[in-house]
Design a protein around this ligand. Structure first.
Ligand code: ADP
Ligand code: MG
Length: 139
């Protein structure tokens, strides 16, 4: 059983795709073991995406992530990190395989509907960033 952090980004939240996106996780064998709706502050978004701070898109990414509420969730399942990345699709929705969340709900690489941890270490750091252990159910 593995855990991963997922965020439904401001574009998908504003377009009321939360229910459909959560349904994609569940129908692909992932279980939502923690969740909250949150409007990130600039400091929070900058800290969360600190790994990208030297990239040209960093300021645009932070501005986008604080442009509206998001839903943050912990997903659990066998191979959850890789499974979630598959269900999400490529970072660029133009390249995302059909049937993936980004192919179906994202407009462009800036507003691409979801975030998902990319490995075991980032999953742990990102989950700890948003949730206390007692907010995550055991399954
Ligand atoms: P992913 O979200 O698929 O893990 P990255 O970690 O590489 O992708 O990038 C984090 C986020 O930064 C992306 O989801 C996207 O919103 C944004 N981003 C990445 N690359 C670009 C780019 N070339 N131009 C604009 N935004 C980008
Ligand atoms: Mg990433």
């Amino acid at each position: 059983m593995e855990h991963t952090l997922s965020i439904i980004k401001p574009d998908a939240f504003a377009k009321k795709h939360v229910g459909e996106i959560l349904s994609r996780f569940e129908s692909n064998g992932l279980t939502i073991v923690a969740a909250k709706v949150k409007h990130l502050t600039k400091d929070e978004a900058e800290e969360f995406y600190a790994v990208h701070k030297d990239r040209a898109f960093f300021n645009d990414l932070v501005s986008f992530m604080i442009s509206g509420p998001v839903m943050v969730q912990v997903l659990a399942g066998e191979d959850a990190i890789k499974k979630n990345r598959e269900v999400m699709g490529d970072t660029d929705p133009q390249k995302a395989a059909s049937g993936t969340i980004r192919a179906d709900f994202a407009e462009n690489i800036d507003a691409n509907a979801v975030h998902g941890s990319d490995g075991p270490e980032t999953a742990k750091t990102e989950i700890d960033y948003f949730f206390n252990p007692d907010e995550i159910i055991s399954i």
